[in-house]
Design a protein around this ligand. Structure first.
Ligand code: GUN
Length: 295
């Protein structure tokens, strides 16, 4: 029997509607409208689509979603000054600098400059450290969305062998850490495969839950999959004919797996929903800080 679909688009829509209600309540109770500023440096075509989606999603949830576009020639110093200004702006609760940045800019310096309390991407070392210590604050949106998909689909992670293919700071590493956390969506036994792994296919075949974040189109085929496994595809690529695909060979893998995310309509929409959730959380943290200071 072919796998059933893990419909990220539908779940994300439901979460976004719930968040819109929460945003309205925060606004009515505190007068604060959660605000996200997305910074895009340069003209990367895929990034332009992603940041527009993020901004539109914010606005649809009743948040203030701003897009700050900077020219490709922007120097690191100017970008850091822009971040300082956003850090100091009380109307900005969340800051997201879209990656990749143009060559010549040090990603690390930029991420470290963002106020950790406004770091809705969860990339700042303080937030990454909190996650690794089991006390997460802001968690990167893609792994957070994947956990939500698994939990809502009643996929049992406790005691399951979860294999993560890819060790990026954005997806692979925080995904492994989330699956290791105690509690719902966690308590898994986790293996991470990467470009230094000798035989990823044989390890993937042991997975009850396989998270694929390798960044290589359609490279995970049916022979990588244990029958009945749950497969999450983080990749998104454009084929030469303009159609989209993931890191997974969907038709072949769907014939072996029990559940699988489609591309598009799986992980991507969940990432955006989790960005909104993190932004609301950032606004709530700001409200709490304000009430502590004024007490
Ligand atoms: N580029 C690809 N994914 C992401 C993401 O989640 N956050 C940021 N800031 N840039 C990205």
């Amino acid at each position: 029997m072919p796998a059933s679909l893990l419909d990220g688009k539908a779940l994300a829509q439901q979460i976004r509607e719930e968040l819109a209600g929460d945003v309205a309540r925060v606004r009515d109770e505190t007068g604060i409208v959660p605000g996200l500023t997305v910074v895009l440096v340069g003209n990367n075509p895929a990034s332009q689509v992603y940041v527009r989606n993020k901004q539109n999603a914010c606005q649809a949830a009743g948040m203030i979603g701003k897009l700050l576009r900077l020219p490709a020639e922007t120097g690191q110093g100017d970008l850091l000054t822009t971040i300082d200004r956003l850090n100091d702006d009380p109307a900005v609760h969340g800051i997201l600098v879209q990656l990749p940045l143009p060559g010549g800019i040090d990603d690390r310096a930029v991420i470290e400059r963002i106020d950790p309390l406004k770091d809705v991407d969860g990339f700042h070392p303080v937030n990454a450290g909190l996650l690794s210590q089991g006390v997460p604050r802001f968690v990167p949106c893609t792994p957070l969305g994947i956990r939500e998909l698994l939990v809502q689909a009643n996929v049992e992670t406790r005691g399951a062998h979860a294999v993560v293919l890819g060790r990026s700071q954005i997806v692979g590493k925080p995904m492994a850490l989330l699956l290791l956390q105690k509690g719902p969506g966690g308590d898994a036994t986790v293996t991470v495969c990467h470009t230094g792994t000798t035989d990823s296919a044989s390890i993937a075949r042991q997975a009850d839950i396989l998270i694929v974040a390798m960044g290589r189109p359609e490279s995970v085929t049916a022979n990588w999959i244990k029958p009945g496994a749950v497969v999450i595809d983080v990749g998104i690529h454009k084929r030469n004919d303009g159609t989209l695909c993931g890191d997974v060979d969907f038709p072949g893998v769907a014939a072996v797996a029990s559940k699988i995310t489609p591309v598009p309509g799986g992980v991507g929409p969940m990432t955006v929903a989790m960005l909104l959730r993190n932004t609301l959380q950032a606004a709530r943290l700001a409200v709490r800080a304000r009430s502590i200071h004024s007490a």
